[in-house]
Design a protein. Structure first.
Length: 196
């Protein structure tokens, strides 16, 4: 068995997968936008997935990310089927860069709103990563699964690192946020929110 349990058959199944047929038709969700707004009440962290294609480095901002398993070490990211990055994440090493509350410009840059500040690329592993991130995980593709209009990409963690003094960038109800800092009197203050 190799470290990477990925093969073309799994890739093809993930790329072409369709929901199973059902004898009982379920009523459609009345308002997809309202469902999205409801799901937006779950605050998430923000990551940028980075990878190399040819001589160039690329990234995509994502907030659908979670840990899956410690043995083997697996993480999961949910990617839209229409994402240009999906094919690369299914076939080559990638890095998960957990963004800090001082990296909003990085999140915007890789969400399709280019910023003037250059990206601080670090090339000490199989995939490029972003310097200054509170945490990173180097991954190799493990499997891909049908997720409706998304594909669930599992990556096997091969290396990782963290900064203990960093604070995360958050995404909540369609807005960028940061954790509120507790003041000396025990009350929360300092949370910021910006709409993209």
């Amino acid at each position: 068995m190799t470290d990477v349990m990925w093969d073309a058959e799994i890739y093809e199944k993930a790329a072409d997968a369709r929901p199973p047929a059902s004898d009982t038709a379920l009523p459609p969700i009345c308002d997809p936008r309202q469902l999205r707004n409801t799901l937006g009440n779950f605050a998430t962290g923000v990551v940028v997935l980075t990878y190399q294609a040819g001589e160039d480095f690329y990234g995509v901002t994502v907030n659908s990310f979670t840990s899956v398993s410690l043995d083997p070490p697996l993480v999961l990211v949910s990617m839209q089927r229409t994402s240009r990055a999906l094919a690369y994440l299914l076939e080559r090493p990638f890095a998960v860069n957990v963004l800090g509350d001082n990296q909003l410009d990085t999140a915007l840059h890789f969400a399709g709103k280019p910023q003037s500040r250059p990206v601080d690329w670090v090339t000490d592993g199989p995939a490029p990563r972003i310097g200054g991130s509170p945490a990173y995980l180097q991954c190799t593709p493990w499997a891909g699964y049908d997720g409706g209009d998304h594909v669930l990409v599992l990556g096997r963690v091969t290396a990782y690192g963290q900064q203990d003094d960093a604070r995360p960038l958050l995404f909540y109800r369609g807005q960028w946020s940061a954790l509120a800092q507790e003041s000396e009197d025990g009350t929360a203050n300092g949370a910021r929110s910006e709409r993209s």
